[in-house]
Write a protein that binds this ligand. Structure first.
Ligand SMILES: NC(=O)c1ccc[n+]([C@@H]2O[C@H](COP(=O)([O-])OP(=O)(O)OC[C@H]3O[C@@H](n4cnc5c(N)ncnc54)[C@H](OP(=O)(O)O)[C@@H]3O)[C@@H](O)[C@H]2O)c1
Length: 247
């Protein structure tokens, strides 16, 4: 049985992915800050016949995260798959100068993902085997109006993972970047606009688990969003400025 560690697994996509990988006979380690929710996920995985363990940590605290990963590996065994999923963001338009909010988002979405990879890479490099995935977003493709911190942080992790994927070729470590479209979770429950092609967290988890198990380098979903992001990426600046939703 292979071991997967998922950060941000107390709710939303991370919690659903923990349950899905548990069903697929992975041993699952879950990390987040809310211990009660993590314990409930562990109980669900075990009730379904799987193996799971929880450790609390704030992913922006590198020492705490390293400690949580070590604790999980002591129980479950060496990590084969790390999914750096913890993340969030508050939409604030730039005219409000949201410097602190942007820095906090970068710290969670970028530093947290980097620390997650760093916590397992030494062991994976030594074993010449492993898989490190990050949950970015389709928001990485363009600076979304009113969401500068979120878009910038997701563009940063996608770019970092692109470098890692090539740098780690030949070292036995695979890298996957996950770009979800809209998924119904506590994060998106605050959105007051109609979210196109919205998936449930369980649907998202199934797509992500399929992609991870077949070793996909990029998992952009749902399929309609692959077209939308290609269009977003190639739209000329003048057209983007005219079409982008104003906040
Ligand atoms: N939902 C979407 O439509 C969507 C689309 C694209 C990308 N994403 C990305 O998917 C990932 C999961 O988001 P979600 O939608 O499932 O939202 P969510 O339900 O709010 O889950 C976020 C998870 O991150 C954890 N977390 C937040 N801050 C943390 C910290 N400092 N340290 C440790 N864990 C922390 C939360 O747990 P605790 O509060 O217990 O710590 C929670 O488990 C995020 O990276 C998000 O950017 C989501």
């Amino acid at each position: 049985m292979s071991v997967a560690i998922i950060t941000g697994a107390s709710s939303g996509i991370g919690a659903s992915l923990a349950r899905e990988l548990g069903r697929r006979k992975w041993k699952v380690g879950v990390i987040a800050r809310r211990a009660d929710l993590l314990d409930a996920i562990v109980a669900e995985v075990r009730a379904a016949g799987g193996e799971a363990s929880a450790a609390t940590a704030d992913v922006t605290d590198r020492a705490a995260l390293d400690g949580a990963v070590l604790a999980l590996e002591a129980v479950l065994g060496p990590c084969d798959l790390m999914v750096a999923n913890a993340g969030s963001g508050q939409p604030v338009p730039m005219h409000k100068l949201p410097v602190d909010s942007i820095l906090a988002t970068m710290r969670l979405n970028f530093d947290g993902a980097l620390f997650s990879a760093a916590s397992v890479l030494p062991g994976m490099l030594e074993r010449k085997r492993g898989h490190v995935a990050v949950v970015s977003s389709v928001a990485a493709n363009r600076g979304l109006p009113g969401n500068g911190g979120y878009s910038a942080s997701k563009a940063a992790v996608s770019t970092l993972w692109e470098t890692m994927r090539v740098d780690l070729q030949g070292h036995g470590v695979r890298c996957t970047t996950i770009h979800p479209g809209f998924v119904a979770t506590p994060l998106t429950s605050k959105n007051r606009f109609k979210m196109p092609f919205l998936l449930t967290a369980d649907q998202a988890a199934c797509i992500v688990a399929d992609g991870l198990e077949r070793g996909a380098k990029d998992i952009t979903f749902p399929w309609q969003m692959r077209w939308v992001t290609t269009l977003m990426r190639w739209l000329p600046i003048w057209a983007w400025d005219r079409m982008a939703p104003k906040r």
